[in-house]
Ligand binder design. Structure first.
Ligand code: 7RM
Length: 626
């Protein structure tokens, strides 16, 4: 573990000078069945990336087996149910190992084989993490689909990867609601011909329809033993596919491989969060997202940490649920998204203050740029100015954190993700693709591969090349803009695809949103372009205000003044709509594609909005717009 700024600087220098030597040393801390012959083979022009070439392993041996010897009775997974009156579960490493092996045997007994794709559509219960690890145990490629997705979205993902099996549950609890997962799965499977077995976990005990390919999890698991040797995998065999939305409608199945993913997620977990042996680490994401894969399951378990799985939502039974759980389990590390912080920030601080949060040592943020107000609220009310905040920038495609401070070790700076991890060569490019030196603003790009970079898009290597390696040859292009201060700290400014040309001026919507968010009444905003007869495009700002009862014409005027002052009069929005919410993906990202259509008046061309967190907000905006 990196323990000081000078150790960090040393690691960064070593990794830059000799990446192979650096990562080879890191990788030697894990369980390998046989060593690799070459540390790295890559060519960004193809593109092709291979790490730990020829190495053989099974990731579950590093996540489970090796801890059996050293800490069998330590809690591996601490499960906190949706219903606060239901008992929490403490699953030790020994128990987890046993349940993973048993589940792996259940998959095998139902014909699952190495290389098969298995879709997992489950609520946030321990069996979800166990299923993921069971797939890894037998070398089946898991494809977890977030349990909030619709039947159409689920079917598209199952078909894209030709999954042969589906793991699901009768239903799931989410706040005051229950979600009929089996019913949605049935609807999806009606158009999925490759699936020949559906294993159903009982969670809600609700009634379900039964089809010939369905089997009850609890019956199947009874039939098998708990001895399951780990299948030998090549370092570059796929570990999983995870879908992420693209700029077109078709989701991209990002493929991650065994060796590099293990090494990098474990390395970044250890150094970013600085977990100590008795700490209790809680990442509030869902395992349906990359954050859950890397920093609920694989990263923490590879480090022998205690990782919390939370089934519920921040608002149930009340808006203090996060803080109640922190106090209950004496959480030391709390990792969440800015969207959650902003939602909670709207409620009285007494909801935070009434809980004893003195166990907290480190706070984390992920998913979008964290605005200054949310950062300070988090720091003051949750961290009580006593917890370093790690603002971690990364993507589904990157597998692990690329830019972040190391908690309490490297300096933090509000709204800045700060410095790249050792081994990550982040650069800023101008529009011509030349590197910008020193302080500046531009397009973020990465020069050299890190071990957990996605290797391809499932079934579409050409798209992988076009999206990530073609715009700026020789670099990985993540699609985000950034600025860098004199100390080399990066601040991610937002997606660079969100650029609008107004009267011939290229305007990034992210800085305009930042300016609008400076208004004390504004909680969150989204700016999009829409066609305009004279300007080509004009700007529409959707804003959420603290108090919906306020006089909106005053706010509109003040917002225009603020934007004119910080960016220039050209960036003043033509239209400002005060709304009660913004259409968001289930992981909290604003769906600008939908806002653009709404601003353009194309109300009937919104496409599939069923994957939204809050589809009802679309109706509200439509009404306001007409
Ligand atoms: C981990 C995750 C990736 C996109 C990425 C950014 C944005 C994520 C931050 C951030 C600013 C951050 N994967 N993003 N983290 N922007 N600061 N700390 O979210 O594939 O779902 O999204 O999210 O735009 O490209 S993701």
């Amino acid at each position: 573990m990196i323990k000081s700024l000078s150790e960090f600087e040393q690691a960064t220098a070593q990794a830059k000078e000799n990446p192979d030597g650096f990562w080879s040393k890191v990788a030697s801390e894990f369980e390998w069945k046989s060593p690799w012959k070459k540390t790295l083979d890559y060519d960004f022009s193809k593109p092709e990336v291979k790490w730990f070439v020829g190495g053989k392993l099974n990731i579950t041996e590093s996540c489970l087996d090796r801890h059996l010897v050293t800490q069998p009775n330590k809690t591996a997974i601490l499960f906190e149910p949706n219903d606060p009156t239901e008992a929490a579960q403490h699953i030790t490493y020994k128990e987890l190992h046993k349940r993973v092996c048993q589940t792996a045997n259940m998959l095998k007994a139902n014909d699952a084989k190495k290389g098969d794709r298995i879709c997992i559509y489950m609520p946030m219960v321990p069996e979800l993490a166990i299923a993921v690890l069971a797939c890894a145990r037998i070398g089946a490629i898991h494809s977890v689909v977030f349990a909030g997705f619709s039947a159409t979205a689920l079917a598209a993902r199952i078909n894209d990867a030709s999954c042969s099996m589906l793991l699901t549950a009768d239903g799931g609890f989410r706040g005051a609601k229950t979600i009929a997962l089996k019913k949605i799965a049935d609807e999806a499977l009606a158009s999925c011909s490759t699936v020949n077995c559906c294993l159903v976990l009982q969670r809600t005990q609700q009634e379900v329809q039964w089809n010939p390919i369905d089997k009850w999890w609890h019956e199947e698991i009874e039939k098998v033993g708990s001895d399951c040797p780990a299948t030998e995998m090549d370092s570059e065999d796929p570990l999983f596919v995870l879908y992420t939305s693209g700029s077109t409608g078709k989701p991209k199945g990002m493929v991650h491989t065994c060796g590099g993913y293990m090494v990098y997620t474990a390395y970044t977990f250890k150094n970013v969060f600085q977990c100590q042996p008795n700490d209790v680490y809680w990442c509030t994401a869902d395992i349906g997202w990359i954050t859950g894969h890397s920093y609920i399951v694989y990263g923490p378990l590879a480090n022998g940490a205690t990782t919390v799985m939370f089934e519920g939502v921040p608002s149930y039974p009340a808006f203090d649920r996060f803080w109640e759980v922190c106090a209950k389990h004496k959480i030391t590390h709390f990792y969440t998204a800015p969207t959650a912080i902003r939602a909670l920030e709207k409620h009285p601080t007494s909801l935070v203050e009434k809980h004893d949060l003195s166990s907290l040592k480190v706070l984390g943020s992920v998913g979008e740029p964290i605005n200054a107000e949310a950062w300070h609220w988090y720091d003051e009310h949750v961290g009580r100015h006593n917890c370093p905040i790690v603002d971690t920038w990364w993507q589904t495609e990157t597998g692990g954190i690329l830019i972040s401070s190391l908690a309490g070790v490297t300096p933090q700076k509000p709204t800045f993700a700060t410095l790249p991890m050792p081994g990550v060569q982040a650069v800023l490019l101008n529009n011509e693709g030349d590197e910008i030196e020193g302080e500046g603003e531009g397009i973020l790009a990465i020069k050299h591969p890190w071990p957990s970079i996605a290797r391809t898009i499932w079934g579409d290597h050409e798209r992988y090349k076009n999206v990530y390696f073609s715009a700026y040859p020789g670099y990985y292009f993540p699609g985000d803009g950034a600025l860098r201060d004199a100390e080399g700290n990066f601040r991610i400014t937002g997606r660079v695809d969100d650029v609008v040309i107004v009267s011939g001026h290229n305007l990034g919507t992210a800085p305009i949103e930042n300016a609008i968010n400076e208004h004390p009444e504004v909680v969150e905003s989204a700016v999009v372009g829409f066609p305009h007869d004279i300007k080509g495009n004009a700007l529409c700002a959707y804003v959420i205000v603290r108090d919906m009862g306020v006089d909106s014409s005053t706010i509109e005027k003040e917002i225009r003044e603020e934007v004119a002052k910080t960016i220039g009069p050209i960036a003043k929005p033509d239209q400002i709509l005060v709304v009660s919410g913004l259409p968001k993906t289930r992981s909290g990202k604003i769906m600008r594609r939908i806002l653009r259509k709404l601003a353009a008046g194309e109300h009937d061309q919104l496409g599939d909005i069923s994957t939204l967190l809050n589809p009802e907000i679309v109706e509200e905006i439509k009404r306001q717009n007409s």
